[in-house]
Design a protein around this ligand. Structure first.
Ligand SMILES: Cc1cc2nc3c(=O)[nH]c(=O)nc-3n(C[C@H](O)[C@H](O)[C@H](O)COP(=O)(O)OP(=O)(O)OC[C@H]3O[C@@H](n4cnc5c(N)ncnc54)[C@H](O)[C@@H]3O)c2cc1C
Length: 425
C-alpha cells in the first residue's frame, strides 16, 4: 500500500496504457473510471505535490451542490445532479461522512425575488430533488438569525470533505493495480505518433494515451492556444470563519441570490463537514494559480493576463464588482458588513481568517467568462481545460464522461463507460 503524503515513493512506471497528470479529485476520478471498467489497464497518476488533493480539491467550500444554478442542458447541470446522487451512494459504501445540512438561498429584498424565481425554475428543470420556495417565517424557523424576505430551500444540499473523497478514489486506483506517484512534476506531454511521452521530474513515462487534469495549471501543459482560445485567469476566494462560540448563528448553508451573469455563487455561510462555519469565498482576480497569500504574484501569468484583450473588456464591464471584491479582500470591515446583511447579529470579533482557494476561470476574447466544463483532445492527449465548481460534486460522472471521451476520441479499447448511456452530449 502506498503511503500517500509521506516517505519516498518509487518513480512512475516507464510504460503504461493511460497516464493521468494531476491527483486532484478530477484526475483521480478519471483514473478510477479507467481501472473500474478495465481492471487490467495500466493506469499511472502523476502528481507534482507531495500529497494528494493539495490544491482546489482541499481549498473549497466543501458543498455537495444539488444542481440549482446551472443552465439547463449544460454539462454542469447534468453532471451535478447525477454527481450528487452518485457521491452520496459512494460515501455510504466507503463510510465517508456526507451531511445533508440543507441550503437556503436568501432574497434580502423585493428586488431579488425575480432572481430567486429564475433559480427555482432552473432547479426544477434540472431535476433538483426537494426544492421549495419558503417565506420569511419558514426561513426564521430554519435559520433564526438570518434576515430575508423569502428563500429557496434545498434540503438535500450537503457538506463533505472532498480531500477525503480524493483519498478514497486514490485507494480505489491503487487497489485495482494502478499507481499514484506524488512529488513528481510533469514538465511536458509530447504526443509522438503512436504514443505519448510524459517528461517528468523523475524521468519519462511512455503512455498509450494521456489525460491532463492539472486544475488551475491546465494551460501550462496545453498546446499553444489559438487566437480566440479563452485564456485562464485566476480568482482568489478568501474565507473567514465564525469563532467556535458563535457557530450557532447558522444551522446549515446560507447563500445569496447570485448575479446570474457571473459564474460565482457569491459569499455564503457554510456549516462544514467538520462543524465549523466558514464565510466566503470572495472572488478577487489575482496574478497566480497558487495565490493563497494575497501578495503572491507570478510575473509570467500577470504578463499573459494583461496582454489578453478579454481582460480589459472584462474590466470595463465589471470594474464596480472588481472594486467591491478588492474592498472585501483587503478590509475586514467590508467583509463583515457584507456578511451582516444576512446575519445582522454578527459582531466585530466574531470572524477570524480561514484560508483561501484559487479558481481558474477561462476568459474569452470578448471579456465573457466561460461557464461550463471544457475538454479538448489533441492527438493522443485529452486536456481537461476547465473543471470549475461544481466539479468536485460532479467528480464521479465527470470522471466517467472523460474516460468515455478518451475511449472514443483517443481510440482506447475497453468497454464503454457507464456514463455514455446516461450522459449524452
Ligand atoms: C474557493 C473555491 C470554492 C469551491 N467550492 C466548491 C464546492 O463547494 N463544491 C464543489 O463541488 N466544487 C467547489 N469548488 C470547485 C472544486 O474545488 C474544483 O472544481 C475541483 O476541486 C477541481 O479538481 P481538479 O482535480 O480539477 O483540480 P485540483 O484539485 O486543483 O487538482 C489539480 C492537480 O494537478 C496537479 N498538477 C498541476 N500541474 C501539474 C504538473 N505539471 N505535474 C503534475 N501535477 C500537476 C496539482 O498539483 C493538483 O494536485 C470550489 C473551488 C474553489 C477554488
Amino acid at each position: 500500500m502506498l503511503d500517500w503524503g509521506t516517505g519516498e515513493q518509487p518513480p512512475p512506471p516507464e510504460r503504461c496504457d493511460v497516464a493521468v497528470v494531476g491527483a486532484g479529485i478530477v484526475g483521480l476520478s478519471v483514473a478510477r473510471a479507467f481501472v473500474e471498467r478495465d481492471p487490467g489497464a495500466g493506469v499511472a497518476v502523476i502528481e507534482r505535490e507531495p500529497r494528494l488533493a493539495a490544491h482546489q480539491t482541499s481549498h473549497n467550500s466543501g458543498v455537495v451542490h444539488a444542481g440549482i444554478y446551472y443552465r439547463p442542458g449544460s454539462l454542469k447541470a447534468r453532471l451535478c445532479v447525477l454527481g450528487a446522487r452518485e457521491l452520496r451512494a459512494y460515501c455510504e459504501r466507503r463510510d465517508i461522512a456526507l451531511r445533508e445540512v440543507g441550503k437556503a438561498i436568501v432574497a434580502l429584498d423585493a428586488a431579488e425575488l425575480s432572481g430567486l424565481a429564475e433559480l427555482e425554475a432552473r432547479a426544477r428543470r434540472n431535476g433538483v430533488p426537494g426544492i421549495r420556495r419558503i417565506d420569511a417565517a419558514e426561513l426564521r424557523e430554519l435559520e433564526p438569525e438570518v434576515r430575508g424576505i423569502a428563500a429557496l430551500h434545498s434540503p438535500h444540499t450537503a457538506v463533505i470533505d472532498f480531500a477525503a473523497v480524493a483519498h478514497a478514489y486514490a485507494a480505489d486506483v491503487e487497489g485495482a493495480g494502478g499507481s499514484v506517484t506524488l512529488g513528481c512534476a510533469v514538465e511536458k506531454v509530447v504526443g509522438t505518433g503512436g504514443e505519448v511521452v510524459i517528461h517528468h521530474a523523475r524521468g519519462q513515462t511512455v503512455a498509450g494515451h494521456a489525460i491532463v487534469c492539472a486544475g488551475a495549471w491546465a494551460g501550462r501543459l496545453a498546446p499553444r492556444p489559438g487566437r480566440d482560445t479563452p485564456r485562464p485567469v485566476y480568482f482568489r476566494g478568501a474565507y473567514q470563519q465564525l469563532r467556535p462560540q458563535r457557530t450557532d448563528l447558522v444551522n446549515g448553508l446560507v447563500y445569496p441570490v447570485p448575479d446570474a451573469t457571473l459564474p460565482f455563487l457569491g459569499m455564503h455561510f457554510t456549516r462544514t463537514a467538520g462543524d465549523r462555519v466558514i464565510v466566503g469565498p470572495t472572488a478577487l482576480m489575482v496574478g497566480a494559480p497558487d495565490a493563497y497569500r494575497l501578495g503572491r504574484i507570478a510575473p509570467a501569468d500577470v504578463r499573459k493576463t494583461l496582454a489578453w484583450p478579454g481582460t480589459w473588456r472584462m474590466a470595463r464591464r465589471w470594474w464596480r464588482t472588481g472594486l467591491r471584491e478588492l474592498a472585501m479582500a483587503t478590509s475586514r470591515r467590508a467583509f463583515l458588513a457584507d456578511a451582516r446583511r444576512y446575519v445582522p447579529a454578527l459582531g466585530d470579533g466574531d470572524l477570524v481568517p480561514a484560508g483561501a482557494g484559487v479558481r481558474a476561470q477561462p476568459l474569452a476574447r470578448d471579456g465573457s467568462l466561460v461557464d461550463d466544463f471544457q475538454l479538448s483532445v489533441q492527438g493522443r492527449v485529452l486536456h481537461v481545460v476547465s473543471a470549475p465548481s461544481p466539479a468536485a460534486t460532479s467528480s464521479l460522472p465527470l470522471g466517467s464522461l472523460i474516460a468515455d471521451r478518451a475511449q472514443c476520441a483517443l481510440g482506447l479499447g475497453g468497454p464503454p463507460g457507464r456514463s455514455q448511456a446516461r450522459v449524452r452530449e
